[in-house]
Ligand binder design. Structure first.
Ligand code: TXA
Ligand code: MG
Length: 515
């Protein structure tokens, strides 16, 4: 049996990798491995950076593990280890076969010595073509930053995949045309992918109860498989069949805040497929407050899994144009209903814990929720100033970098005067180095900066406007091809909590304290 390994399997992964790596030592050229021995910390780092582990089990025991990582448009097979007592090529082939289905793109880079020989035998049965040595070298350099001679037997398998035609369809945001909604719903029912507007950001929808469709959704977004999407419903009554239990607190929050930018985490029923929940025992549920989203879910007659409609790691899309930039050729339809109103995603509240925990700040304010649910607590991630230790992450989303433009982001925090002074100083210093600098300022401060590009997030007295502009401006400033983006901070109040959470994450915690 092959199964996805989760956090609970960490010790198992560690022991298989360590045992196998020690056994391989001396038998294969040392420089075939970048890290021939994987101490715990390195393995944790691998998981954090998006390596997904799969295990092959015999009689319930994990006897082989394989780690894959989507990098760019290639799926890199990062690890393949078998217990010394089980080193048969058949195990590798089984894992590889499984991974071909999971691979989000048609390309797989096989980077380990013993795997390459399995793979070469294997590809012939699957119509794969190994790349030339030169192409392999290029990919290795690009994604792994090591020259080909260090991974002598590596091989890249490519599979041609048809890019699909993406239909861009304008809809009336207030009163969507029934024929257009019906056409989009038919596509979702057949397992296709439709991007649609919600009040927060655009979502990429698939039939939440169709595992194949949800897998295709992960593939289109290049989203790590361990990060489950939010399941969207059009009516509160649809929740009952998707959850195991319906706590009073859920009823209360749904009553007060649905439809709206609030996602609830609850224990799920057997009806929800494993891929939709990434193997967790909980599911994320939300009823959006947007006529197009609601009409689409109703017409589809089933819940719709919809993460934000961006490529994984990029800022969430607030317009159909953003969706098009990221996903053209990868999804069936984009329903264009104009710019999203709120601009940051929904607030995620975990009701499977006691006390309930706010995992992601968003469109429904913490202060407002707290008034209804006095025991609600903020997860440390919400205001974290550095990357959280793996064991402290609770939402899978906490493990991955998000909202990241191409250029590095520096976030300057402190009192406003000090922040402005610090940004001026940093701008000067970067420009002396010959760097093109972009600054994200606010209406009140923008006049202070002599950057190559500066943009205002909105007025400090109107954090709604800042939230609404945030993702659009991250994309726009990136399009100016700046070398570095320096951004102001805003207070951690109201929507500022969500804005700061996104900015800290976008900066990969490159935070400069100004006072
Ligand atoms: O506003 C929104 O919520 C948008 C629109 C499209 O509805 N959707 C959205 O989805 O932001 P996505 O997939 O980009 O973010 C979902 C978040 C991720 O951080 C994920 O880790 C978390 O919800 N999540 C999903 N299922 C979870 C679960 N069972 N337990 C904890 N966190 C979960
Ligand atoms: Mg997202």
């Amino acid at each position: 049996m092959i199964r996805r390994l989760g956090d609970a399997d960490f010790q198992t992964i560690l022991s298989v990798v360590n045992e196998a790596a020690v056994a391989y030592r001396g038998k294969i050229p040392v420089d075939c491995y970048k890290t021939p021995y994987m101490p715990q910390k390195e393995l944790e780092q691998e998981i954090r950076s998006g390596v997904q582990f799969y295990g092959y089990t015999e009689n319930g025991e994990v006897v082989a593990v394989m780690g894959i990582q989507p990098v760019g448009d290639v799926t890199l097979i990062r690890h393949a280890y078998t217990l010394t007592s089980h080193q048969r090529w058949g195990i590798g082939a089984k894992l590889l076969n499984h991974l071909l289905h999971l691979a989000e793109t048609g390309r797989i880079l096989v980077g380990t010595w013993e795997l390459a020989s399995w793979a070469i035998r294997f590809y012939q049965n699957h119509g794969f073509q190994p790349t030339t040595r030169q192409q392999t070298n290029r990919l290795l350099r690009k994604y792994w930053n090591i020259p080909h001679r260090q991974v002598e037997t590596s091989v890249v398998l490519t599979l041609e995949r048809n890019t699909m035609k993406t239909l861009l369809l304008k809809v009336n945001p207030q009163n969507p045309e029934a024929t257009k909604i019906q056409a989009a719903a038919e596509i979702i029912k057949k397992g296709g992918l439709v991007a649609f507007p919600t009040e927060t950001v655009y979502g990429l929808g698939a039939d939440a109860l169709n595992a194949e469709a949800v897998l295709a959704l992960f593939a289109a977004k290049r989203r790590p498989l361990d990060n489950p999407p939010i399941v969207h419903v059009a009516d509160k009554t649809e929740v009952a069949s998707l959850v195991k239990a319906f706590p009073k607190k859920a009823e209360l929050l749904m009553e007060k805040f649905w439809p709206g930018p609030l996602t609830l985490i609850l224990k799920h029923s057997a009806k929800v497929p494993n891929v939709t929940t990434a193997g967790l025992d909980t599911v994320a549920l939300r009823m959006p407050n947007h006529p197009v989203a609601l009409a689409l879910i109703k017409a589809t007659q089933r819940p719709i899994a919809a993460p934000s409609a961006n490529l994984a790691g990029k800022p969430s899309p607030t317009t159909a144009q953003h969706v098009y930039e990221d996903l053209n050729g990868r999804i069936n339809v984009i329903l264009d209903g104009g710019a999203a109103n709120i601009g940051v995603e929904s607030t995620v509240v975990d009701l499977s814990t006691n006390p309930p925990t706010l995992l992601r700040p968003g469109g429904t304010l913490f202060e407002t929720l707290k008034a209804v649910l006095p025991d609600l607590v903020l997860h440390p991630f919400v205001q974290a100033e550095k990357e959280l230790a793996l064991e402290k992450t609770r939402s899978p989303g906490m493990r991955h970098r998000h909202y990241a433009p191409k250029a590095p982001v520096v976030l300057v925090e402190g009192n406003l005067q000090a922040v402005v002074a610090k940004i001026k100083e940093l701008t000067k210093a970067y420009r002396v180095e010959g760097k093109k600098v972009g600054v994200l300022a606010t209406d009140e401060t923008q006049g202070n900066y002599q950057a190559d590009v500066s943009k205002s997030l909105g007025s400090r007295s109107n954090l709604e406007s800042v939230a609404k502009n945030l993702f659009r401006l991250l994309r726009e400033i990136d399009a100016e091809n700046v070398d570095v983006i320096i951004t102001e901070s805003v207070p951690f109040e109201g929507l500022g909590l969500a804005v700061m959470n996104r900015l800290r994450n976008a900066s990969a915690y490159h935070i400069v304290k100004a006072d």
